[in-house]
Design a protein around this ligand. Structure first.
Ligand code: HXC
Length: 273
């Protein structure tokens, strides 16, 4: 066997991209109060953008907004809204534009999840996740699109890799994320002529996130993920944040309608039987 190569920890995006590439830009991020989306927001703000973070829990949003502003020196507006409610989302967009004057980047990241086999999952449980992930994405696109047309802006949808195979206990999320992937593709081809881009980031096993801590690592299908990631470690939220900066940057200006698994190679791994 060749010696196993283990990737070092990820770098911060400011070590790769110039600090001011997003100066004057504004990010609108659903689910930005915590986890992966908060790290994505921080990275975009570190490159000069102001941001609005949207979620259901105002206390958490306010604390995160203060933290993000202090860490980056840019402004962060916390806005309470449930992505299932189009009216509240429209209001959140209006507050963002009122404060910052524009929206250039949108991260559709709000998601709900829990583990349940099909045999035990209720209709309402299935519907709830579809409504948060898929309908929430649609509602976010509808509320922000006029502003992204005006700015020739860019969307990133936070999806998953679990629907590429049959992942146990995840039928609701798998169905919801497959629809998110499809929605992004349609958005890309319809809005490309208006100068709007749309791409998907599909995180793999990312350490310290809801998906890993609550759903995978401690769930019934618990495994030591790092031991089979081809690049030799769990992902880090900075791995997702770095790709976010690239996709929003001009370096990616000819990329739209694509799905980027950020999973250390897991998608392509097939162990011998
Ligand atoms: C079975 C459950 C359940 C559970 C909720 N339901 N939790 N069923 N097992 N653990 C069912 C309820 O019984 C109910 O159906 C229906 O779902 C709605 O539940 P509510 O609690 O009323 O809904 P709500 O408060 O709106 O939202 C619940 C939730 C919640 C979104 C599902 O779990 C949540 O907010 N989770 C935190 C967000 C989260 O997990 N984010 C991380 C996503 S990570 P009935 O029939 O009883 O009325 C991710 C990446 C995936 O998505 C990668 C993983 C590897």
């Amino acid at each position: 066997m060749p010696q196993r190569h283990v990737e070092p920890a990820p770098v911060d995006s400011t070590a790769v991209f110039k600090n001011d590439i997003f100066k004057g830009k504004v990010l609108f991020c659903t689910g930005g109060g915590s986890g992966i989306c908060k790290a994505m927001t921080e990275a975009v703000m570190r490159h000069g953008a102001h941001a609005a973070i949207v979620g259901r829990k105002l206390d958490r949003l306010q604390a995160s907004a203060e933290e993000l502003a202090a860490a980056t020196g840019n402004q962060c507006l916390p806005v309470q809204a449930d992505v299932r409610n189009p009216k509240l989302l429209q209001e959140a967009v209006a507050k963002t534009v009122e404060k910052f004057g524009r929206i250039d980047f949108v991260i559709c990241g709000a998601a709900g999840n829990f583990l349940a086999p099909i045999s035990k999952l209720s209709e309402n449980g299935f519907r709830t996740v579809i409504e948060i992930d898929t309908l929430g994405t649609y509602n976010t696109i509808k509320a922000t699109l006029p502003h992204l047309r005006a700015s020739k802006g860019s969307y990133i949808h936070v999806s998953a890799t679990l629907h590429y195979r049959g992942t146990p206990y995840q039928v609701h999320v798998s169905a919801a994320k497959a629809a998110v992937d499809a929605t992004s593709a349609v958005l890309a081809v319809e809005e490309g002529p208006h100068g709007v881009r749309s791409n998907v980031i599909a995180p793999g096993p990312i350490a310290g996130t809801e998906g890993m801590d609550r759903l995978s690592a401690k769930g019934p299908a618990a495994q030591d993920y790092a031991s089979f990631v081809p690049l030799g470690r769990d992902g880090d939220v900075r791995d997702i944040a770095n790709v976010t900066v690239f996709l929003f940057s001009d370096a990616a200006r000819f990329i739209t309608g694509q799905i980027f698994p950020v999973d250390g190679g897991c998608e392509h791994l097939r162990t011998l039987p």
